[in-house]
Design a protein around this ligand. Structure first.
Ligand SMILES: [Cu+2]
Length: 358
């Protein structure tokens, strides 16, 4: 089970799976914000690793058996983007139940909680679900993260490591360091406090009253996110990285990246929130991610465009090269009402030139 939850970002192992078993506990926790404030919060927790909001990785079409244990004081309902809101049963306080579902099409999903609309999700009951394809190969045999990749996706993945534009290696599904999840969150301590006090919440008025003071990336903010090895990609030139950006919060975000442009390879249908493979891939330096959206982007790890060819590899300013990613929704860059830049941001790092022979 633990192997299935965390550290299972290796598609080779996942390729063989037709069934997977998971266990998540819904817990009331204390969580420290970037400015030292400690808030009451909720979280899904892996009971073995003790990690909160753990990533789950499964293979498309596999039968997933998920044991849920509700350790909170309210009825809760597990939810999954792209599934009907009442697909899973309401779980009474103290109850546990195993639910089963078939892993949807390959792509990025958010698991969350919806017994009181978005309240549980905003207070911390959420996490990423990554669905890998059974095969995912292009006509040329290149591995991609999607079943029956579109012509545009195939063109990009076939070009990685096999063209002047993208020298180096193809995308590697089987290496942790080439696959990242960036889960965005927004925290309003007033809402957390209401849940802590078990007060009735005006769900209809929530959107207009929600005033986030903290913005998180994988549960971290500011320098914590910038220096988290599970969040900030590191690699050599020519080692492309897939980043699954997802938004569990209530604010629309606009991540913006320095150094390289990214390529949007999949997002979601704006109505059903089902995964949508890109049929026209756009190169961009910022991309919008509304609440519950997922956008998979490829960071190519190529020579930054603003460095002349003749100055590459760099000599005067040597490796490693650090570049930031920060959200362009400016409010999200602060914490605690003004502590800048301790909001939704991180870094990526090119540690060296192309490895010999790549
Ligand atoms: Cu910038």
């Amino acid at each position: 089970m633990a192997a299935g939850l965390v550290g299972a970002m290796t598609g080779q192992a996942a390729d063989a799976l037709t069934a997977a078993t998971f266990e998540l506990h819904l817990e009331e926790i204390q969580e420290e914000m970037i400015d030292g404030e400690v808030l009451f919060a909720l979280a899904y927790r892996d009971p073995v690793t003790r990690l909160i909001r753990p990533p789950m990785q499964v293979v498309e079409g596999a039968t997933i058996s998920l044991k849920l244990v509700n350790k909170t004081r309210k009825p809760r309902r597990f939810a999954l983007t792209g599934f009907a809101a009442d697909r899973f049963p309401l779980l009474a306080p103290g109850a546990s139940q195993t639910v089963a579902f078939v892993a949807p099409s390959a792509g990025s999903y958010i698991y969350h909680e919806n017994a009181e609309g978005p309240v549980g999700r905003l207070v911390g009951l959420h996490g990423p679900l990554v669905v890998m394809p059974v095969n995912g190969r292009t006509a040329l045999g290149t591995k991609t993260p999607y079943t029956d990749p579109t012509a545009a996706q195939a063109a990009l993945f076939d070009a990685l490591g096999a063209s002047a534009r993208f020298p180096g290696e193809p995308w590697r599904h089987d290496l942790h360091e080439r696959n990242f999840v960036w889960m965005f969150g927004s925290v309003d301590p007033a809402l957390n406090r209401q849940v802590e006090l078990n007060r009735a919440i005006d769900i209809a008025g929530l959107r207009s009253k929600f005033m986030p003071r903290y913005f998180t990336l994988n549960g971290l903010s500011g320098y914590d996110a910038s220096h988290d090895l599970a969040t900030a990609p590191h690699g050599h030139e020519g080692e492309p990285v897939l980043i699954r950006t997802m938004n569990a919060g209530l604010a629309t975000h606009s991540p913006h990246i320095h150094g390289n442009h990214i390529f949007t390879i999949a997002d979601v249908d704006s109505g059903s929130l089902a995964v949508r493979k890109s049929t026209s891939i756009v190169e961009c330096d910022s991309w919008n991610v509304p609440p519950l959206w997922r956008k998979d982007v490829l960071l190519p790890f190529i020579k930054p465009d603003d460095i002349p060819d003749a100055a590459w590899p760099p000599r005067e300013e040597s490796f490693p090269l650090f570049y930031p990613m920060h959200c362009h929704m400016e409010m999200s860059q602060t914490a605690g009402g003004g502590n800048y830049p301790q909001g939704l941001l991180t870094h990526w790092e090119m540690v060296g030139p192309r490895k010999a022979g790549k």
